[in-house]
Design a protein around this ligand. Structure first.
Ligand code: ATP
Length: 354
């Protein structure tokens, strides 16, 4: 069982700090997903944990041992990359066996490990094939197989599905979920750009922004209780709408002035918020057409009908409504939401408790 603890980790390249003040405890057997905008330091963080890049300051512990100066090969970690280059001149069996052969592992043990990994990944029929004769998803599974045969205590995945088309991605997402269930004692850290992957695979999600942790939590905690506007807009798709408002009264009951109306919310806010300019946050899926004044009003510019749902755009606001709603194109619409689904942000931070 292998926990991973990062204490005040920082990383600089030359004079440029790319990670700062990273404190994180990954429990043994946990699947942690790291998300964040391009360049925020996700891959660098994985490389520090893997030992492929030296840590500038802070402490890294894996399985209770300080790992800062332990080389990659002795960390018990396997990393699967986005560009999972297989050896083209080796068949699947040889590709999967390669690392063990180099490590001097005996034939019988290699055979057992490869057979077991092939069964786990449903590759038993492909063992004698060369990479060029495999589909993208099969190649990806071989890459994961190469990691599994080494029986690492820790798996690090760096966007392993990003080169696959949508269908394969969905299938591989399930594959990783199954893998996790079968290897439930292994700790996994998975970097992705994909919302669905993050929400469905993660025990917990870390949102990184500009080299720092913006928030860590279970997927639905981040979705329901984002602490900042940044996290609120990063988690969930399409992104949460932000509606400018002025606080008329704060405290046990919060009263807001919007462009459309004044509204009262029976939710507490800090009393000194009275008079502040804030953003009212509401997710597209929580908006619905309203008979009353609503939270927003305007003329519908664009309707994107996706089949099951339609995305309605009006004045910079997006609503996700059930069914095909092309009938709303060009209409003047007022939209409301259940107060329980509203968020309030002041200077980028959440100021209304849930
Ligand atoms: P993406 O989502 O685009 O893959 P990321 O979040 O994984 O991005 P990193 O690849 O970790 O981001 O990069 C973080 C920052 O560190 C970037 O500004 C990048 O340019 C910089 N960086 C990464 N590796 C090096 C390096 N070897 N030398 C100098 N700068 C680097």
């Amino acid at each position: 069982m292998t926990s991973i603890i990062l204490e005040n980790i920082a990383k600089s390249f030359g004079g440029t700090r790319v990670l700062d003040g990273i404190d994180l405890a990954v429990a043994s057997g946990e699947l942690l997903v790291i998300v964040g905008p391009s360049g925020c330091g996700k891959t660098t963080l994985l490389r520090l944990i893997a030992g492929l890049e030296p840590i500038t300051s802070g402490r890294l512990m894996i399985g209770g041992q300080v790992m800062n100066d332990i080389p990659h090969a002795r960390r018990g970690i396997a990393m699967v990359f986005q560009n999972y280059a297989l050896y083209p001149h080796m068949n699947v069996r040889e590709n999967m066996a390669f690392a063990l052969r180099v490590a001097g592992v005996g034939r019988d043990r290699i055979e057992t490990a490869v057979t077991r990994a092939a069964r786990l990944l449903d590759l038993e029929d492909c063992l004698d094939r060369f990479p060029r004769a495999l589909s993208g998803g099969q190649r990806q599974r071989v890459a994961i197989g190469r990691a599994i045969v080494r029986e690492p205590a820790v798996f690090l995945f760096d966007e392993p599905l990003s080169n696959l088309d949508a269908g394969l991605r969905g299938a591989m997402r399930l594959e990783i979920a199954r893998l996790k269930a079968r290897l439930s004692d292994r700790t996994m850290i998975h970097v992705t750009h994909d919302q669905l992957e993050a929400m469905t695979l993660a025990d917990r999600i870390v949102v990184l922004a500009g080299g720092r942790i913006a928030q860590v939590g279970r997927p639905l905690d981040l979705y329901e209780r984002p602490e900042t506007e940044f996290v609120a807009r990063f988690i969930g798709s399409p992104a949460m709408n932000l509606i400018p408002a002025t606080v008329i009264a704060a405290g046990a009951v919060t009263r807001l002035r919007l462009a459309t109306a004044e509204i009262s919310l029976a939710r507490p806010t800090p009393p000194d918020l009275a008079g502040a300019e804030v953003n009212l946050g509401v997710r597209p899926e929580h908006l619905f057409p309203s008979g009353g004044p609503g939270l927003v009003a305007g003329r519908v510019d664009v309707v994107e009908a996706l089949g099951e749902v339609s995305l309605i755009h009006l004045g910079g606001i997006t609503a996700k409504l059930a069914g095909t709603r092309q009938d709303l194109g060009g209409q003047t619409l007022r939209l409301s939401a259940d107060p329980a689904h509203l968020h309030l942000f002041h200077r980028g931070r959440s100021v209304m408790s849930h």
